[in-house]
Ligand binder design. Structure first.
Ligand code: COS
Length: 381
């Protein structure tokens, strides 16, 4: 029987090479990036040099054409050492996927080649009053002859200010609800675009999260992605594919915390023996590893469904994001517990990973929203 649960060697080789790069070129800066709330430029450079910052872009547009599973493994391995750095490939996929799914050839050539060359691509759906209720967004796009006038603002935008390009969802007909929303690409340099101050966050401090403001931003119609009114479905369809990248990020954080805790349990001696020798610690490590492995199988299955655009993708992407992020939260908390006082200070990475893990339960749809999506799309076998 075909082995369902052994990764083909090309993915194992990919993991090995990304892990080596992450440990050498990203991990050494992870603590400073967090403490100084600064963009992980070293990671951005290393990922770009290695073709990993937007490897999902098809080769015809200068990318690596990495499939969904390869992209998951890249994000997982970067997150294992630095959550903020793993947002570089994750945000680039999220921002550009509406273009890949719904753009025309000229639009893809125009922006995807620049993304491959290192210019970031963010996704701008959420607003201050439109989070879980995404179709309540108020940013307006008003048609004026051959062009559009955009006014409004977006909130919680990852890598805002760093990214050159933004997929922006705007209301083109307020009377139509979710059918009155359209997607546009807006560039950082477009007149009328500005950014709020970086949010002061609990975790992912190396990745800037800012508001984006649009003040009479005038766009030609070639900035519109897909049909007028088709933006909400495009935005939701995008999330079906990209929530899996958040599962990957959560997996990486959990694995990084487990690796640290397991190593520490053999180094730390109390009562005359390694703390690993106490069953209380063994049970925790076993549960951590068991849940990570379950999350990994679910996430990789979701990635394969994304690649093949299978009809149960919607359930699997929500389930992988929800399960992996809940796992990451529990595992990182337990890692802090195993390290005790050392876990609570920044000498070890587990407290940072715990703070980062919290966001994976919130963004790209809270885990409550994931459960709504799952319930509405229960799988049949
Ligand atoms: N793919 C394609 N189409 C979808 C879809 C999906 N995943 N989800 C919904 N749609 C379609 C529906 O089929 C419906 O179209 P029809 O009217 O033609 O049937 C339309 O979109 C509206 O759907 P629905 O009525 O289900 O929308 P709701 O307002 O109830 O919202 C949820 C659905 C809650 C699932 C959605 O708003 C959501 O995912 N919210 C969270 C947003 C989010 O993740 N934000 C994080 C920030 S982005 S990083």
């Amino acid at each position: 029987m075909e082995n369902l649960f052994t990764l083909p060697s090309e993915y194992k080789d990919l993991r090995e090479s990304v892990r080596a790069l992450a440990e050498k070129e990203i991990a050494p800066f992870a603590q400073a990036v967090d403490e100084e709330h600064r963009y992980p430029q070293e990671a951005a450079n290393a990922l770009q040099r290695a073709g990993l910052s937007a490897s999902h872009v098809p080769t015809s547009y200068g990318g690596d054409g990495a499939d969904a599973l390869a992209t998951v493994i890249i994000i997982e391995e970067v997150a294992r050492v630095c959550g903020a750095s793993s947002l570089i490939p994750a945000v680039n996929k999220l921002g550009s996927l509406p273009l890949i799914l719904g753009g025309n050839e000229a639009q893809k050539t125009r922006w995807l080649t620049q993304l491959s060359a290192g210019k970031g691509f963010s996704y701008a759906l959420s607003e201050s009053e439109a989070g879980s209720d995404a179709s309540a967004l108020r940013t307006k796009a008003i048609r004026q002859g051959d062009s559009w006038l955009i006014n409004g603002s977006k909130k919680w935008i990852s890598n805002a200010g760093v990214s050159e390009f933004y997929t922006v969802l705007a209301q083109t007909d307020p009377t139509l609800g979710s059918k009155g929303i359209t997607a546009f690409v807006i560039e950082k340099s477009d007149p009328g675009v500005s950014f709020g101050a970086p949010e002061k966050k609990m975790g992912f401090r190396g990745s800037p999260t800012r508001e984006v403001y649009f003040d009479n931003v005038e766009l030609s119609d070639d900035r519109r992605i897909g049909e007028v009114g088709a933006g909400f479905i495009l935005a939701m369809n995008t999330l079906d594919h990209t929530r899996i990248t958040i599962a990957a990020q959560a997996l990486g954080l959990a694995q990084g915390a487990l690796d640290t805790a397991a190593k520490y349990s053999h180094e730390r001696k109390q009562f005359g023996k390694e703390i690993f020798d106490f069953q209380g610690v063994q049970f925790m490590l076993a549960d951590m590893a068991m849940n990570i492995e379950a999350a990994r199988v679910l996430t990789y299955a979701a990635a394969i469904k994304s690649e093949n655009n299978e009809k149960d993708l919607r359930f699997f992407s929500a389930a992988s994001k929800c399960f992996a992020s809940d796992t990451a939260m529990k595992v990182t908390q337990d890692a802090v517990q195993i390290l005790g006082g050392y876990g609570y200070v920044s000498d070890y990475p587990v407290e940072r990973m715990m703070r980062d893990a919290k966001l994976t339960q919130i963004y790209e749809g809270t885990n409550q929203i994931q459960r709504i999506v799952m319930a509405r799309n229960l799988p049949t076998i």
